[in-house]
Design a protein around this ligand. Structure first.
Ligand SMILES: [Zn+2]
Length: 87
């Protein structure tokens, strides 16, 4: 029988910025291409760009895999320290 299982997640928000430094936000339009595309407009200079994603984009990563990655980076650093210490 299928069972539900919940895990803790970390939330990441990715924003899209124009070359001028302004944030690009959706115009509210969607192009019915395949896949659909979403026009975004710079809030400062009004330059437009089209993206497959809608920004700001929200993503989730399991906390467990993030902490595993951080632990691996720490292990690699410790290994390098030992190697450099042996010189
Ligand atoms: Zn701009």
């Amino acid at each position: 029988m299928p069972t539900e299982k919940s895990i803790e997640a970390r939330t990441m928000i990715t924003r899209l910025y124009c070359d001028c430094g302004g944030e690009m936000l959706p115009t509210g339009l969607a192009l019915t291409s395949y896949p659909p595309q979403y026009p975004h407009r710079c809030q400062l200079c009004e330059k437009q760009t089209t993206r497959i994603d809608v920004y700001p984009r929200v993503e989730y990563a399991p906390v467990e895999s993030v902490s595993n990655l951080e632990a691996e980076v720490a292990r690699q650093r410790a290994r390098l320290d030992v190697m450099e210490g042996g010189k």
